[in-house]
Design a protein around this ligand. Sequence first.
Ligand code: GAP
Length: 452
Amino acid sequence: MASKNMEDLVSLCKRRGFIFQSSEIYGGLQGIYDYGPLGVELKNNLKSSWWKSMIYDRDDVEGLDASILTSRHVLKYSGHEDTFSDPLVDCRNCKNRFRSDQATDGKCPACGSSDLTKPRPFNLMFKTTVGPVDDGSNYAYLRPETAQQIFTNFKNILDSTSKTIPFGIAQIGKAFRNEVTPGKFIFRVREFEQMELEFFVEPGKDDEWHKYWVDKRYSWWIDQGISEKRLKKLDVEDADLSHYSKATVDLMYEFPHGLEELEGIANRTDFDLGSHTKNQNDFKISADVMKNNQSTTKLSIQNLESKEWYIPYVIEPSAGVDRGIFALLNEAYKEEDLENGNKRIVLSLKPHLSPIKAAVIPLKRNNEDLVNKASKIKNDLQTLGMGRVILENSGNIGKGYRRHDEIGTPICITVDFETIENDTVTIRDRDTMSQKRVSTHDLELEYKKIFN
Ligand code: GAP
């Protein structure tokens, strides 16, 4: 069972240190969030899982970590300066501003008035000055998607890695959008992270690769713990396609507030590489690309048999890290009635995503022998490199179990007086709450088992 409502999740996230409102002590900054001690672990684990599946598990994808500040020329020729906007409407009655699609039946969503301005485009990119002179011409943008710097580095990566088509470039990083109406917790925010792959293929083979990546990405989310009944594929209607896309399939997740996009998989054709290419007229570019650009480079590839140069097509799976975290928390959150009449909250995260992999708890916090033994076990497990293991020295076993159920720790290892006598510990399983005694010599094996 997923979470009952948004409030349950938001409250858990704050109470246990997953996610906080940014600049909270000054009243908060709308649409911006900070990830706390557990949030950063969860986020890193999700990103590592994506990186592993995209790069380490394959041989046809290379990684990149490009700059966030992006030349305005890049975002001019990518089409973002002209088209990356939302239609903005003002209510003359209550002075609220919102996206025009939020005005149901032409009425203001805040006060219900019909006295609205006509929609006008509002560009979502954040602009900033580069260098000390602010005369209006020295500006750059905070990137609105990580993709563009993948395209501008296409030739660098091709030349430095000798890759041949089909191949991809993957990147994880921050993106910024000045959303008109941020909201729904971390669903629509102004600063977020994306995990994006640009996979370059021969024109003509793009449709089959598009299908391949839709299926691949769908199963990856299922492997992270998303249930099939809450994850749908949606063919985006032609009228709703982004300016660069020939076809897009969205993976839609049933968030607490409704079915919404978690990831988009687009066929971007040769639009971007074509737009950033010098002398576009040398190529048969099928997309409606901009002319006369100032790029110095041809972002093209040579067919080794025919020797002809062509601009590859690109398939782009683009996932939001924050939306992924939201979906996974929603999926994992459970409230259970216990036999003794109490309730427990448990986060059934897959162990590879759990912020803490194991908590080692000494029965008594002031007993030096127990604490030293627990500390040694913690250090031994930590060296196995599966993620964070902690010494939970709160002195209250029941409280320790409850806390670790709530934050999704797969196992708690209790060190008691029997441990000192015969070198055995208790392992408590988060999901079943069952306990078993094992020798400390078998602990490494038992610990590794949780990740299988
Ligand atoms: N490079 C393609 C691209 O950026 P997009 O559909 O605009 O496509 C891709 O964004 C993903 O980024 C979305 O599926 C979503 O998960 C995430 N995303 C986009 N805007 C977001 C926002 N304002 N807040 C949080 N995540 C966002």
